[in-house]
Design a protein around this ligand. Structure first.
Ligand code: DX5
Ligand code: ZN
Length: 220
């Protein structure tokens, strides 16, 4: 069974707690929260304050995707605010930073994620000695919701699923996932589907999560 993680970035920013509660009611497994600092990604979005508010609004896991430089400076703040998964970028973390972050995540009993931009190879970071719960394969470049799914990244989803097959690791696919490619993503080993536009941007968003789940089993 795949997990659907609606990305709150695509919701109404004036009503984020209500948006999160809605998707929880419609069957979301996780809430995906895109944190951007205007340096690692060309956009500015949310901070730990939003995570704290969303923690009160829903009971499903909060999946915090940190598209920021020097993530070790902020990870504790997101954990304190109630993040269940803290995902940092392979391109933004130093070996020392990763060790610090891993220690913090363990102390809080939460999950560590590592994300890769479309052009970054999995071998750019040796994770064999690290306790990782989530690998995020980005199928768009960081920055915005509503971009086109990059089909050329699909082999990397499969590679991640193979490399981590012996470990209890979720393979999350982030960017442009919709009804037209959900089946492909699943067949290549994706287990968590981030869905921004394909939930919040739909005419009937109430049924979008169920439709995505159906597409995994029916769109051959
Ligand atoms: C992009 C973000 C994605 C984005 C997904 O920088 O990491 O999570 O919000 O939105 P869609 O599903 O619309 O591509
Ligand atoms: Zn994301």
């Amino acid at each position: 069974m795949v997990k659907i993680a609606p990305s709150i970035l695509a919701g109404d920013h004036g009503n984020l707690a209500a948006e999160a509660a809605k998707v929880e009611k419609w069957g979301a497994d996780w809430i995906h929260i895109d944190i951007m600092d205007g340096r690692f990604a060309p956009n500015l979005t949310f901070g730990p304050g939003l995570v704290k508010s969303l923690r009160k609004a829903v009971s499903i896991p909060l999946d915090c995707h940190l598209m920021i430089e020097e993530p070790e400076r902020y990870v504790d703040k997101f954990l304190e605010a109630g993040a269940d998964y803290v995902t940092i970028h392979a391109e933004a973390v130093s070996p020392e930073g990763l060790a610090t972050i891993e220690g913090s995540v363990k102390r809080y009993g939460k999950g560590l994620g590592v994300a890769f931009k479309p052009a970054t190879s999995l071998s750019s970071l040796d994770l064999s000695a690290h306790d990782v719960s989530l690998i995020t394969i980005m199928t768009v470049n960081p920055g915005f919701s509503g971009q086109k799914f990059m089909v050329e990244v699909v082999p990397k989803i499969k590679e991640a699923a193979t490399v981590f097959s012996r470990r209890q690791v979720e393979i999350e696919v982030d960017g442009g996932v919709d009804l037209s490619n959900a089946r492909l993503v699943f067949e290549n080993g994706g287990t968590v589907f981030v869905a921004g536009n394909s939930v919040f941007g739909q005419k009937v968003p109430e049924i979008a999560i169920t439709e995505l789940r159906k597409a995994v089993v029916t769109n051959a």
